[in-house]
Design a protein around this ligand. Structure first.
Ligand SMILES: Cc1ncc(COP(=O)(O)O)c(C=O)c1O
Length: 421
């Protein structure tokens, strides 16, 4: 029996994981070029334009529109698709708040739908059951980098005449049946926030193959201007969502590393699948064979406390952190957020919609609750490590599973029962 690091034992992790974010002289040169060119905003510059073209091409899309962040990408995409007051948009209950708040931003209602128990992505059958005459669109979130079931969701969108947005904030370079995600629906959005698979600290992009959508989105993101028209003509409602040249320049260099980094993260995650599925009580996020590459924003696994001396997941996470393995919080279910519980979300809706009964908020969302409160997320930079790093992650988890009872001494037992999850 080996003593857990949380109780003073030796850490299972013996060497540090790779540092994130990664950069080299490429980023230094790119930033220096922007500095010297004195074009620091995108309108006279070329760096953001070059980046959006390269990122779109990488994902097999005709258009890319860089914006300030992934939330803005969703907001601009929704507005450019014409979603507005009185409409409903199907959104998974298990995602970051922005997926739903962007719908509220347009005045429409995000209708929350439970996820599948294995991949934690939108359940297509429950999505179909949630459709009403007001439903306009579906947002598929590729959770942790694993694509949602794009066969079933595209089929549903086609049959019901709904628009599809892929919230790909976790899924840069992910593939479904050999094709990169991002062009399965009307538009896809990505985030370049600091923890994402490539980053400029903040940033986002929308990609699409629809020329009309692209023109409208570009106008919305630049105060309602139209390309080629006089600077002070404003044709439609818009705002300022422009990305700076600094970020465009850095992101071009980061994009150059994405393919190789994705290959490594995907490969390491499959190694972890094999290691962890042998440990009682540990179930990795399901890997659907139709996912030919997972961008792997995080390595997600479920912990069944029945096999870990009934330890709360919060205590498991403390023990894992003490062993030297980083952890990233899972999302709480959207339906449990204050904004939905205190009815603040209704203030964004048109009068009729605001006064309706929203039955979906009374549902129990069992798969989302399980994903929210019983999974553990290892952040993506750890997956850039080598085979030894993966073995040490496996060894740390096995050590905790085998020695979970150590954490049930009177003091630690009290601490663990106080843990929130
Ligand atoms: C699924 C999802 N959608 C949207 C966003 C919003 O991106 P940003 O933080 O760049 O606004 C995030 C960010 O974490 C996310 O995880």
């Amino acid at each position: 029996m080996s003593q857990l690091a949380l109780l003073g034992g030796r850490k299972a992790k013996t060497k540090p994981f790779p540092i994130w974010p990664q950069f080299d002289d490429g980023e230094r040169r790119a930033l220096s070029d922007v500095l010297e060119a004195r074009h620091w905003w995108r309108t006279p510059g070329t760096k953001t334009l070059e980046f959006e073209r390269a990122f779109a091409e990488f994902h097999g899309a005709r258009h890319g529109l860089a914006v300030t962040n992934g939330t803005a990408a969703l907001e601009v995409a929704m507005a450019a698709l014409g979603i507005g007051p009185g409409d409903e948009v199907l959104v998974p209950d298990f995602t970051f708040v922005a997926t739903a708040s962007a719908v509220l931003f347009t005045g429409a209602l995000p209708v929350l739908v439970d996820v599948l128990p294995g991949t934690y992505c939108l359940d297509p059958r429950l999505a179909e059951a949630a459709i009403t005459p007001r439903t306009k669109a579906i947002v598929a979130v590729h959770m942790g980098g694993h694509p949602a079931d794009l066969d079933a969701i595209c089929d549903l969108a086609r049959r019901k005449g709904l628009m599809l947005i892929e919230d790909s904030s976790h899924a840069h370079a992910s593939e479904w049946r050999g094709k990169r995600i991002g062009t399965f629906g009307n538009a896809a959005t990505f985030s370049f926030q600091a923890s994402k698979l490539m980053t400029a600290g903040e940033g986002g992009i929308i990609i699409s193959n629809d020329d009309g959508f692209e023109l409208k989105a570009r106008s919305i993101h630049d105060c309602g201007r139209m390309p080629g028209e006089w600077f002070y003509r404003h044709f439609i409602y818009g705002s300022n969502y422009r990305l700076s040249e600094w970020q465009g320049a850095v992101l071009s260099v980061q994009l150059g590393r994405l393919d190789e980094q994705t290959r490594r993260r995907h490969q390491n995650a499959r190694l972890l699948d094999r290691e962890l599925s042998r440990i009682p009580g540990i179930t990795p996020q399901q890997f659907d064979e139709r996912c030919t590459r997972n961008g792997q924003y995080a390595y997600i696994f479920h912990v069944d406390k029945k096999h870990l001396a009934a330890l709360p997941v919060g205590t498991f996470i403390q023990a894992l952190t003490a062993e030297g393995i980083p952890n990233q919080a899972s999302y709480p279910p959207l339906h449990e957020l204050d904004i939905f519980r205190n009815n603040e979300y209704r203030k964004c809706l048109d009068a009729q919609h605001a006064n309706d009964e929203h039955g979906f908020l009374k549902q129990s969302f069992p798969n989302t609750r399980r994903a929210a409160w019983e999974t553990v997320w290892i952040p993506q930079p750890a997956l850039l490590g080598d085979e030894q790093d993966m073995q040490e992650i496996g060894a740390a988890i096995r050590k905790i599973q085998e020695n979970a009872k150590q954490l049930l001494s009177p003091e630690t037992h009290i601490a663990s029962t106080r843990a929130t999850r």
